[in-house]
Structure formats: structure tokens, C-alpha cells
Design a protein around this ligand. Sequence first.
Ligand SMILES: Nc1ncnc2c1ncn2[C@@H]1O[C@H](COP(=O)(O)OP(=O)(O)OP(=O)(O)O)[C@@H](O)[C@H]1O
Ligand SMILES: O=P(O)(O)OC[C@H]1O[C@H](OP(=O)(O)OP(=O)(O)O)[C@H](O)[C@@H]1O
Length: 316
Amino acid sequence: MHFGVKEMDLVNHLNDRLLFAVPKKGRLYQQCLELLKGADIQFNRSNRLDIALCTNLPIALVFLPAADIPRFVGEGRVSLGITGQDQVAESNIDVREIIDLGFGSCKLQVEVPENGEISDPRQLVGKSIVTSFTSLTEQYFRKLEAEAEAVAGKPAVNGDEKKPLKTVIKYVGGSVEAACALGIADAVVDLVESGETMRAAGLKAIETVFETSAVLIASQHPTHPDLLEIIVSRIKGVIAAGKYVLCNYNCPRDKLNVVITITPGHRAPTVSPLEEEGWVSVSSMVEKKRIAEVMDRLQAAGAEDILVFNISNSRV
Ligand SMILES: Nc1ncnc2c1ncn2[C@@H]1O[C@H](COP(=O)(O)OP(=O)(O)OP(=O)(O)O)[C@@H](O)[C@H]1O
Ligand SMILES: O=P(O)(O)OC[C@H]1O[C@H](OP(=O)(O)OP(=O)(O)O)[C@H](O)[C@@H]1O
């Protein structure tokens, strides 16, 4: 971390500000910046400085590794943060998960050599596993070992944390996939999105340990609760705006009963009379991923002039 002299100056200006932790690089970085822009959280970040004061709100952004953000937020001095749900679960730290941000989706999976003998995670009990997620991996193998004991008819305490684990779990900080090829692991537990990295390393996934996406987290005791609520509702608005589109169409009044069941809207659709006798115009929010199917159904039900608009921001 680069807390230089300038940052020490900045630290002295932090007392009256809500601290908001954002990943300093990596997979979540770019989308976090877009989210902050959407929520109109403006800041200037000097080159290589990991603290930036917001210019339009009493907030300071702190740029930290995604893996460390749950700890900073859990300690309470940093009130808000964005990181992966995997990092929150791995850290075992008590923070409030506020909203699933819908990006950074991937799966923490058990990966083994594509052409090897292992095809079932139970074959890995007692073997060597390499991962950056040692806590989640240990929990997973504790459960697996307890199940194996139960099947063997021995008394099994489900996931007993005091019992030594037979499976060896080793930590590496990155390039986890290389561990099998380098002969230090029988399997790895790592994040998979497209599967390209895994396939390039000659590995295949045999089990999912955890499904994750980016999440907004808050400290249990935030320093500026009122400001926190404002930021949270701005971010919720940006996320909702990205999930929905606005659908407008015209239809004969006698078809209204049918079409509004297709576009019930967030609360209710807006229906306005048209100048043409017997016709109405309907406006309704629709989930973006369902819009093509909704347009098909509207057309089949007699709607005309169907128009779809992006929503740039919202408070719903
Ligand atoms: N391939 C991926 N697709 C989507 N989200 C991912 C992917 N890899 C990681 N993530 C999410 O991003 C978080 C941070 O991962 P990333 O690998 O970017 O961390 P980093 O170690 O801080 O960055 P870097 O890998 O550049 O050192 C992960 O905990 C996970 O929630
Ligand atoms: O399934 P894919 O789409 O190929 O993505 C998966 C890869 O992405 C992440 O690493 P990243 O590239 O962020 O670098 P890292 O290994 O340094 O963490 C993850 O650790 C995998 O290696």
C-alpha cells in the first residue's frame, strides 16, 4: 500500500468524512469506478495515492486489495466497501452485506487435471490442495471428510473444527492454476468465470464450492449513518436502473386487462388515454433480460408501437 507523506496529510483530513473502500485493481476495479460515477461520487485520485477525497460529498475513498476490504470494514473505521461475496465469506468477518451489485460474478471451483484419475472431490480427501481461499476450502473439505466418515460407519461430527484435517490445504496468492502443473497440488480451488484460464492450464472443474458476485458491504457501526443511507440509496438506484428498461406501447382499451399482466411494472403500469378513441398508452418498467420475450407477448396480445428506453438512473 502506498501511504506516503501526501497520504499522511490526507489522513488528517479524514475525521469528518465517511470512508468508503474500493478495490484498488483487479476484476472489480473498472466496474466500481463506473458505479461511483453513476452515483455521482466525484473525486480526484493522484497518481499512486490510495486515498482520494470526494469533491462533492464528505466521503473519502480508500483503494485497497479486494481481499482486505472485509477486514477494514469489519473494524468499523471504514464504513462502506465494495468487494466480492467470496472475500466476505473467506474473511469470516462480521459485516452487513447490503446489495448484490450484479457484476464480478464467478464460481469458486475445485479443479483437477483434465486427463487425470480424479473426477470426484471425495477422491481428494487426504491429498494436497492449493488455493487463495484457504478458509472456504477448509470448510468444504471438513464437510466432505465428515460425510466420508459417516458413510464408512464411523462416528462423524459434522465439520468438527478441532479435528485435524486429513486433506492438506496450502495458500498461494495468485496464479493458482499453475500449482498442479508444477507438481505441488493434486487439485486447486480457484475462481472460474469463462473457464478460459482453467482450460489453458489443462484443468477441469469437478465441484462448485461457492458462487460469488460483487457486494456493497457496511460496517455494523458506521461513522456517518445518515450519509451512508444516502450513498446506499444512490447505489441501489444505479443498480436498479441497469437492471430495468422502460417499455412504452399503445393498445386498444379492451386489451388492457391482458397486456398489463405482461407488464405489471414496479408498482403498477402508467396508463394514459390517447387522442384516438378507444386507445391507451402504457408505460412500465421491465427487467432488461426479459424484454425480448415481453415484446413478443405484447405484440401477440395486440399492443402496437412498442418502444423500449434505457433508464440512466432511478430511485425505486
Ligand atoms: N474471472 C473473474 N470474473 C469475475 N469476477 C472475478 C474474477 N476473478 C475474480 N473475480 C472477483 O474479483 C475479486 C477480486 O479478484 P482479483 O483476481 O481481481 O483480485 P486481486 O488479487 O485484487 O487482483 P489481481 O488478480 O489483479 O491481483 C474476487 O474475489 C472475485 O470476487
Ligand atoms: O474463468 P476465467 O474467465 O478465465 O477467469 C478466471 C481467472 O480470473 C481470476 O484471476 P485473474 O485473471 O484476475 O488474475 P490472478 O490469477 O492474478 O488473480 C481467477 O483467479 C482465475 O485465474
